[in-house]
Design a protein around this ligand. Structure first.
Ligand code: ADP
Ligand code: ASP
Ligand code: MG
Length: 415
């Protein structure tokens, strides 16, 4: 029987009522003739009793300098609690179900605590239970090294468990169930008028995720892409079709031709760091700093080195670490922090038109841009954090809502 991997996020499994809706999705998969392999996240979000952040805070309150090894062990408990509870709910509904931790499910990872990568999945146990007709529930976000050390896959990493498991068991498809209707043209918490992207390519979904669309983890998309696993993002609480992600999504050609943007992504806390080496030219300092960054495993999205100075763009958390590493080797740094907003799409390499829209629109809204940058698949700008919502809403209005109100005279703002 074909396997369908169904992943349910923290909000989806957070209450008994919501778990009933999870059971309904699993039940529908069995009725459609699939053997479901279910991946779960920890129950609820920040502030809730068994959420990942609650467990992290518990350990850090006891010991602020606790090792990442122990943090991984406490974080892994969140998905274990969720898995047992979901198996309980499945049993109550009359299903035969079994729970497997990441390690029991054969998920082998690198040794990098807090951000491990899956090296291999040996799905023997999973397939054995599937063959016995059981619904297998697997803990998301966790695995173990060859030597048995428990690891986690980086925040939001249950999505990665799902697509990697999908590839390992040659699943017919992977469905990522969450609390919104799919991948949308912007975060609906910021833009209530955002609409669901019906279909997009792996590349488009990957770029949106890389630029901060938290609805799916970029590594999850990468794995599905590499193994050509059909991928969907859907809502646990509705019957909407969601977003279908594949290599040849409908509408992509039109988007490319029309220079259209597929969506707007953002990172709330983002920064740009300018570093100068007091003793030698910037290239020498950069070489030493990049070596240090690699050794501690801190990365940046953009690095530019000139004779005069070095510029690094990264999440605010990484910027702090990089500034501290620079200081250790005598580099002076100045940082600009804010929120990064990115227009993502196949047309972003026709830079001028889109960059013009970006800059002009924000100027019209009297929103100051601290910096802009272009990449083959995206144009990004950093704005002051207080301006983030207004900037995203203005850009969304122009790029996505103006068509819907095309019969109204354009006031220049497109909304
Ligand atoms: P889960 O716990 O189900 O994994 P997440 O919180 O990780 O859920 O991801 C879902 C959230 O992602 C949504 O509630 C939404 O606010 C946010 N989000 C950010 N960008 C987007 C986007 N482009 N499309 C849909 N949701 C987005
Ligand atoms: N529970 C983990 C987190 O909060 C993993 C996930 O939700 O995907 O990051
Ligand atoms: Mg998530």
């Amino acid at each position: 029987m074909a396997i369908l991997v169904q992943k349910f996020g923290g909000t989806s499994v957070s209450t008994p009522e919501r778990r009933q809706q999870v059971i309904a999705k699993i039940s529908a998969a069995t009725k459609a003739g699939y053997s479901p392999v279910v991946v779960v996240s920890a129950l609820g979000r920040r502030g809730e009793s068994y959420a990942t952040d609650t467990l992290l805070n518990l350990a850090r309150q006891e010991c602020p300098s606790i090792d990442s090894r122990e943090l991984d062990m406490i974080m892994a408990c969140g998905e274990i609690v969720a898995g047992v509870i979901v198996v309980g709910a499945l049993k109550n509904a009359g299903f035969d179900a079994v729970f497997l931790s990441g390690q029991q499910a054969g998920i082998i990872t690198t040794m990098k605590h807090g951000d491990a990568q899956i090296v291999e999945i040996k799905p023997v146990n999973v397939l054995k239970h599937v063959a016995e007709g059981k619904i297998v529930v697997v803990a998301g976000f966790q695995g173990a090294t060859e030597s048995g050390e428990i690891t986690t896959l980086g925040r939001g990493g249950s999505d990665t468990t799902a697509t990697a498991m999908g590839a390992a068991v040659a699943a017919a498809a992977v469905e990522i169930y969450t609390d919104v209707n799919g991948i949308m043209t912007a975060d609906p918490r910021i833009v209530p008028a955002a609409s669901t992207i019906e279909s997009c390519t792996y590349e488009e979904a990957h770029q949106l995720a890389l630029h901060g669309a938290k609805v799916i983890h970029p590594r999850a998309v990468e794995i599905a892409w590499r193994h050509n696993v059909p991928l969907k993002v859907k809502c646990t609480f509705t019957d909407e079709a969601g977003t279908t992600i594949s290599s040849k999504a409908e509408g992509t050609i039109e988007r490319l031709r029309d220079r259209a943007v597929v969506g707007i992504a953002h990172e709330t806390d983002y920064g740009v760091l300018t570093l100068k080496d007091a003793n030698s030219d910037a290239f020498a300092g950069a070489g030493r700093l990049l070596g240090k960054m690699a050794s501690v495993g801190v990365d940046a999205d953009h690095i530019q080195v000139s004779k005069r100075d070095m510029e690094v763009a990264a999440s605010a958390a990484n910027i702090e670490t990089i500034a501290a590493l620079g200081q250790e080797i005598g580099m002076k740094s100045a940082e600009q922090v804010g929120s990064r907003i990115s227009l993502v799409g196949g047309s972003a390499n026709s830079v001028s038109g889109l960059a013009d829209t970006f800059i002009e629109l924000l100027q019209r809204e009297r929103i100051a841009l601290l910096q802009t940058s272009t990449e083959p698949y995206a144009i990004s700008g950093i704005v002051d954090k207080k301006d983030m919502t207004a900037a995203i809403q203005a850009l969304h209005g122009r790029l996505f809502e103006s068509q819907r109100t095309a019969d109204r005279p354009d006031d220049g703002h497109g909304r």
